[in-house]
Design a protein around this ligand. Structure first.
Ligand code: ARG
Length: 493
């Protein structure tokens, strides 16, 4: 890296220095390897800034025109992956200005009027976070769609729901799958809020206290598609809350994916055997020929730890910082970029897992019939018949103890056995009870909003389809707005 920021031969600062920056320090300070990902966004921020400066007559018109044309060409090259990146530049901002200088000469020096890298980097980073939050939300809805399809197709299968990892009560597979849809729905909403948190323009804040030129911040906000402008320059240049909010949304999303992935790992064990992993979502062992490992699920489970670490890293970086910019803030991007990559990669892999995984109805059924998972139905039944629940619970416990000793499932108990176990039970009640202790009877009884009765699950499936469709609509609107902004920004003047 050259000592004065811009890369080979271009001096962006240094007038007040006599000596040169130690090359080892220069290398340590450089952020280009990380922030080069901001290139398309920083170019757009620069173009909007240049257009505003030119329109307001803050810079000479001919220089303004040259800068705008130069930046447009650079945007086209960056979008095509053909931007010449000078690896010796200090960061993406100096890279852009030096490249513009290479193309149009001294006129490039007008671009940095009325801005600082401090409001510039915050602007580019916010543009990046907005795009990534929308992309992550879109990716979550794709996974939700797959869950909805599976719930619609196989949702009527029965399985035990677990508490304490002990078989608890029968549930519909659709109910179980929808649990993840709703979990992920909260993630979509959080990503949407993170998008909105980032949707504030800091440009115009200068280095710390604003700028001394008659700029038009609202015009720049419109050109870049920001919903509003920041209210305080000192706060705006040092504010990375939007990055924390995005990371927090990603950390919780990854926490959810890891819980689901953990279940996939568990369910694919021989001990559980609830699911089978196809060749597309499992890998073999280099040593043990019989193995089929749930690698994608395991890696997703682990990536959650990594993303959580990034959230903590950014919070720790921000903690104790006075307002305004400090180079500490340069450390903000790497954790956010890596977390977004991890989340998008995990979502993609989880989508394939969700599509490919095979449920094993016979194993689900075995688990249902062997664990007294309908015992609650006995006490519920007796309570509905007027027995105080605590007494009913006690009697039901005795039934379970009896059945366990006899080596029988609840469904196998004969009418005489019920009569002995529950003296005073009417004949009609005994018949009702025999139906209630079947898995089908147990799920049918959970006929409350949010419950696992088939009708309720059907309703929930429809409701979930509605919220997922609304989220997808939001993603389309954001993308539409982005495209309109892009066209307007790239159009003359
Ligand atoms: N590379 C810096 C960052 O990523 C840009 C701002 C640098 N500002 C400064 N005054 N050194 O945050």
């Amino acid at each position: 890296m050259s000592a004065e920021g811009g890369g080979t031969g271009y001096r962006m600062w240094g007038g007040r220095f006599e000596g040169r920056l130690d090359p080892r320090v220069a290398r340590f300070l450089a952020s280009l390897p990380v922030d080069v990902r901001l290139l398309p966004h920083d170019l757009r921020g620069s173009l909007a800034h240049a257009r505003m400066l030119t329109a307001r007559g803050i810079i000479p018109e001919d220089a303004g025109r040259e800068i705008i044309a130069g930046l447009r060409g650079m945007i086209a090259e960056a979008d095509a992956g053909a931007f010449p990146v000078d690896e010796t530049a200090e960061d993406v901002h100096t890279l852009i200005e030096a490249e513009l200088h290479r193309r149009i000469g001294e006129g490039a020096g007008w671009l940095h009027v009325a801005r600082s890298r401090n409001d510039q980097v915050a602007t580019a980073f916010r543009l990046w976070v907005k795009a990534s939050a929308a992309a992550a939300a879109a990716a979550v809805t794709e996974v939700q769609e797959i869950l909805l399809q599976r719930a619609a197709a196989e949702g009527e299968l029965l399985l035990p729901a677990y508490t304490h990892l002990q078989r608890a009560q029968p549930a519909l597979l659709g109910h179980h799958l929808l649990a993840y849809v709703w979990m992920l729905q909260r993630d979509v909403e959080r990503l949407r809020r993170a998008y909105e948190a980032a949707d504030v323009l800091p440009l115009g804040s200068g280095a710390a206290v604003g700028v001394s030129h008659p700029i038009d911040r609202e015009a720049v906000a419109r050109l870049l598609g920001f919903a509003r402008i920041s209210a305080n320059s000192l706060d705006a240049t040092g504010d990375r809350d939007f990055a924390v909010e995005f990371l927090a949304a990603l950390a919780l999303l990854m926490t959810h994916l890891s819980r689901w992935a953990g279940e996939v790992v568990l369910w694919s064990t021989q001990e559980f055997g609830f699911v089978e992993l196809t060749d597309a979502i499992s890998t073999g062992s280099s040593l043990m020929p019989q193995k089929r490992n749930p690698d994608p699920a395991e890696l997703i489970r682990a990536k959650a730890g990594r993303v959580l670490g990034h959230l903590v890293a950014l919070l720790a970086t921000l903690k104790g910082l006075p307002p305004g910019y400090g180079l500490d803030l340069q450390e903000d991007k790497a954790p956010v970029f890596d977390a977004a990559d991890a989340a998008l990669g995990s979502l993609q892999a989880m989508g394939v897992v969700a599509r490919e995984i095979r449920f094993r109805p016979e194993r689900l059924w075995e688990a249902l019939t062997a664990g007294f998972v309908t015992a609650t139905e006995i006490s519920d039944h007796l309570a509905r018949r007027g027995l105080p629940f605590r007494q009913a619970h006690h009697l039901a416990g005795q039934v379970v103890r009896y059945a366990e000793r006899q080596g029988k499932a609840l469904g196998d108990l004969a009418p005489e056995e019920w009569a002995t176990l529950l003296p005073g039970l009417q004949r009609a009640d005994a018949d009702g009870l025999a139906g209630a202790v079947t898995p089908e009877g147990a799920v049918a009884a959970k006929d409350v909003p949010g419950g696992t009765a088939p009708g309720r699950v059907k309703e929930a499936l429809e409701a979930a389809r509605g919220v997922v469709a609304a989220a997808q609509q939001w993603v389309r609107e954001v993308e539409g707005a982005r495209q309109r902004t892009e066209e307007a920004l790239r159009a003359s003047p």
